[in-house]
Design a binder for this molecule. Structure first.
Ligand code: 5RP
Ligand code: CO
Length: 215
């Protein structure tokens, strides 16, 4: 399976996110990563479902909504309605992750569970039959432009091992500090989807940056 690239609009200019999404649409990236922060689970507040619904008009690519929010159960129906194709929420923020994953999938949207760098892969082991993807954070969530934490690759390797042993089909996505060098390590460990904010949107040739990440 070839690697998918998901540029993150968090690294874009917030005064015109429509133009940012339109520009990603011109590249061959498979997915657009959308970081939703509520000022509770993480300090910053970014945007909500109405913004995502407005951005929908600018792209036909898959919208990957990464919920960094305290009460994902409250937000999920709104983002389904807004046109998300993939929705993930943090295992650290959820009381009933199994039920929430089922709820997302029943609406025809791909369901993902997210792990912070300090969370063990074992915390999502009982959910692996239910998930479409696992998002491993490779920085502490809340901010773009941070350095990759290499220890998280142990989680990725463990997830890839379980996937193989148990003939599961979930994808592994990684998010934070992904650049040309760390992308290589991620692919070796078993990652399928690379999220990249600054490594793509921080350059003046987004397609060239995406080509470099694919390697
Ligand atoms: O979820 C995130 C931060 O919480 C972002 O998706 C991530 O940080 C991407 O930015 P960069 O590639 O610049 O690290
Ligand atoms: Co993210």
């Amino acid at each position: 399976m070839s690697i998918k690239i998901a540029p993150s609009i968090l690294a874009g200019t917030f005064e015109n996110l429509g133009a940012v999404v339109e520009k990603i649409e011109q590249t061959n990236a498979e997915v657009i990563h959308i970081d939703v922060m509520d000022g509770q689970f993480v300090p910053p507040i970014t945007f909500g479902s109405q913004m995502v619904q407005s951005l929908r008009a600018y792209s036909k690519k898959r919208f990957d909504v990464h919920l960094m929010v305290q009460n994902p159960e409250q937000q999920i129906p709104l983002f389904i309605h807004a046109g998300a194709d993939m929705i993930s929420f943090h295992v650290e923020a959820s009381r009933h992750p199994h039920r929430l994953l089922q709820q997302i999938k029943q609406s025809g949207v791909k369901a993902g569970i997210v792990l912070n760098p300090g969370t063990s892969a074992f915390s999502v082991a009982p959910l692996l039959n239910e998930v479409d993807y696992v998002l491993q954070m490779s920085v502490n969530p809340g901010f773009g432009g941070q350095a990759f934490i290499p220890e998280v690759l142990k989680n990725v390797e463990q997830l890839a091992k379980w996937r193989k042993e148990e003939h599961l089909t979930f994808e592994i996505e990684i998010d934070g500090g992904v650049n040309e060098e760390t992308a290589f390590l991620c692919k070796q460990a078993g990652v399928d989807i690379l999220v990249a904010g600054s490594a793509v949107l921080g350059t003046n040739d987004w397609q060239k940056a995406i080509d470099k990440l694919r390697g």
